[in-house]
Design a protein around this ligand. Structure first.
Ligand SMILES: [Zn+2]
Length: 126
């Protein structure tokens, strides 16, 4: 089966929300959404990176690393950019894997199902 295009912007819903409100997608210590604003130019850069990520075939081996870089554009410099990018990137990564699993069940995976099987065996707390 050939690779179908995937849309990281759609999958990473938090990025979309951040783009619209231009607020950080980090979480405060109380567990609520951070309301700090992010510069439009920074958000736009992150948006462009997501677009270019979607232009390449989905590669789960490097995805989380790519997301870590992109996620920084959606986190406030003051609190979350240095502290939560790992966590948020991991959340987005899980969302993509979940999305792919659904596509795979529907018979339209962007990546070979065998890779998803391997992933589901990975300890999610890692
Ligand atoms: Zn923040």
């Amino acid at each position: 089966m050939s690779n179908t295009p995937w849309d990281p912007q759609n999958i990473c819903e938090m990025a979309i929300a951040s783009q619209e409100n231009r607020t950080c997608c980090g979480r405060t210590a109380k567990g609520t959404s951070c309301q700090n604003r992010i510069k439009l130019s920074v958000i736009q850069k992150g948006h462009q990176k997501l677009v270019s990520l979607g232009g390449r075939p989905l590669d789960l081996a490097t995805l989380e690393l790519s997301l870590r870089d992109i996620v920084k554009s959606f986190l406030c410099v003051r609190w979350h950019q240095s502290q939560q990018y790992n966590e948020v990137a991991h959340r987005w990564y899980q969302t993509v894997v979940h999305h792919e699993t659904q596509l795979s069940r529907a018979g339209h995976p962007s990546i070979p199902p065998s890779i998803l099987v391997q992933l589901s065996e990975v300890d999610p707390t890692d």
